[in-house]
Design a binder for this molecule. Structure first.
Ligand SMILES: C[S@@+](CC[C@H](N)C(=O)[O-])C[C@H]1O[C@@H](n2cnc3c(N)ncnc32)[C@H](O)[C@@H]1O
Length: 244
């Protein structure tokens, strides 16, 4: 049974995440909170930005490096794209967002944040991920609860088509992977878990760097994947190069 302290920490988590989100926004001069979305002409009900600590874990899992292009499916006001592009040495960061109102807000955010983002090539599209081909350059995907139900199977089909068109390494960091089984059915392997984040890798990917994941809330869990809790994983340039 969870202790009183654990229950207290869990109850405070949404507040801590909101405060960290506000700090993130101030640092980049952007507006990505749920409240910012509610002020726009958009379907704000579908939108919830990922908290900065989740995004640090996702970055550590995906380890984007030179030659990598990261795609955030359901990019909302752009927070995950900016978080990855802020410090990553990847070639490009792409966002697909279906809602036109959120997309317009994300473009305004991109103009404000661009000087503070390390990644030089950031592209935001107003696109339905269930119907839009995944660009052949994409090697890493972030999924934060974007879509429910059969539509998610369509998104997975677009990913698989892209891999068939151009075989390559791919990693998917999936928060709350309610449809994770769909990825396994496609042939992805689940290689690491930390809290609600699961990392899936396409079999072409090189072997993971280490063999355990230390999860601060539940203790170490051996899953045969990279360390997800570091601020940022080792630069992939130091490891095997991108698969052609
Ligand atoms: C939980 S939010 C995630 C926001 C963003 N990834 C982040 O972390 O800041 C999910 C987003 O997915 C978008 N979405 C839902 N269905 C979509 C689809 N078929 N194609 C693209 N985006 C979609 C929603 O409009 C919403 O902005």
């Amino acid at each position: 049974m969870a202790s009183f302290a654990d229950r207290g920490a869990a109850a405070l988590r949404p507040l801590r995440e909101r405060i960290a989100g506000r700090r993130f926004d101030r640092a980049l001069g952007v507006r990505t909170s749920a409240r910012d979305a509610a002020a726009l002409a958009c379907d704000a009900d579908r939108y919830e930005p990922a908290a900065p600590d989740r995004l640090r874990r996702a970055a550590a899992a995906l380890r984007p490096g030179p030659g990598d292009t990261v795609l955030d499916i359901g990019s909302g006001l752009g927070r995950a794209v900016f978080a990855l592009a802020r410090r990553g040495r990847m070639s490009a960061a792409i966002g697909f967002e279906k809602d036109p109102g959120l997309h317009v807000g994300a473009l305004a955010n991109l103009s404000a944040a661009r000087p503070r983002l390390r990644c030089p090539d950031i592209r935001l599209f107003c696109a339905d991920a269930a119907r839009t081909p995944v660009p052949a350059e994409v090697t890493a995907v972030y999924l934060y609860n974007p879509i429910e139900g059969p539509e998610m199977e369509e998104v997975f089909a677009r990913i698989r088509e892209s891999l068939d068109r151009r075989p390559r390494e791919m990693r998917i960091a999936y928060e709350y992977p309610v449809h994770g089984f769909g990825l396994v059915r496609l042939g992805f392997r689940r290689t690491a878990v930390a809290e609600a984040l699961h990392l899936y890798t396409w079999p072409g990917a090189p072997a993971a760097a280490s063999s355990s994941v230390s999860d601060p809330s539940t203790g170490p869990r051996s899953v045969g994947g990279p360390e997800l809790n570091g601020e940022w994983g080792p630069d992939r340039a130091a490891g095997p190069g991108p698969v052609p």
